[in-house]
Design a binder for this molecule. Structure first.
Ligand SMILES: [Fe+2]
Ligand SMILES: [Fe+2]
Length: 165
């Protein structure tokens, strides 16, 4: 019979997944900022890069609270989402549609993070890891705010600029 696995194992595996993903995102955001046309979108990517550095640190704290070494595990989902973003940069760089495309790519990243942090926060609560739940909730709320800010930038100009050209 397979060795019994528990919610704590799921929590630990998923923590490794998002730790890998956050470090991948940290490398992708400067490229997205460089590719963006509007100064507001460039600034939004730069701001979220700074926040993402803190997300990595918070995850390291969660590993520490569990008495585990901070360790990533290849996340195929983020690899795919980031490579689709790179395709958008390649296909649309320098065109009027680039910012709308970058926003769509960034929102796919944020939604992945929101899914992961929403689950991890709940699992931390169930496991009685209250300090971990607080850290995960702080990041979750920054991911949600980023998602909303991106929607705001799309509505304010990026979609219209892309449409009008
Ligand atoms: Fe993040
Ligand atoms: Fe994010």
């Amino acid at each position: 019979m397979a060795k019994e696995k528990t919610l704590e194992d799921l929590f630990h595996d998923t923590l490794k997944d998002i730790y890998y993903a956050e470090r991948k995102i940290l490398k992708a955001l400067p490229k997205m900022a460089r590719a963006a046309s509007s100064p507001d979108l460039k600034a939004a990517f730069q701001k979220h890069k700074d926040e993402t550095e803190v997300h990595v640190e918070r995850l390291q704290q969660v590993f520490e609270l569990m008495g585990k070494r901070a360790q990533g595990k290849t996340c195929d989902a983020i690899e795919g989402i980031v490579s689709e973003g790179e395709e958008i940069i390649e296909s649309f760089k320098g065109t009027a549609a680039i910012d709308a495309g970058l926003i769509s790519a960034a929102q796919a990243v944020e939604h992945y993070e929101i899914a992961r942090y929403g689950t991890l926060k709940r699992w931390a609560e169930v496991l009685g890891l209250n300090d971990a739940a607080t850290l995960l909730d702080q990041t979750l709320s920054e991911e949600s705010k980023t998602d909303e800010a991106l929607t705001g930038l799309a509505d304010a100009s990026a979609n219209e600029i892309a449409k009008a050209a």
